[in-house]
Design a protein. Structure first.
Length: 94
């Protein structure tokens, strides 16, 4: 049975739960890339839950939270497009 090196690496990452950490980092970086530097400066924390496919974003500005509430669908799509796959199903603004 012949396996590709990439398949072996993926299996090793899953075995030691590194794949969740990598996914979490990629999603959080995609958020930063999509929203831009100005909004990143007003973001206190970004945390991605791989089990529930939920991105939790804590913002410093209530006004920004209100504005982004209207753009959640667009923001979710942009992050998933940046990742090249559907990973984020829900964004929660805190």
């Amino acid at each position: 049975m012949e396996q590709r090196l990439g398949d072996l690496i993926d299996a090793a990452l899953r075995r030691y739960n590194f794949d969740e950490s990598i996914t979490r980092n990629r999603v959080e970086q995609a958020y930063n890339d999509v929203v831009g530097e100005f909004i990143v400066k007003l973001t206190r924390a970004v945390c991605y839950d791989t089990r529930f496919h939920t991105l939790k974003v804590t913002l410093a500005s209530p006004a920004l939270k209100n504005e982004l509430t209207y753009k959640l669908s667009d923001l979710t799509s942009a992050i998933n497009n940046s990742l090249g796959r559907v990973e984020v199903k829900k964004i929660v603004l805190l």
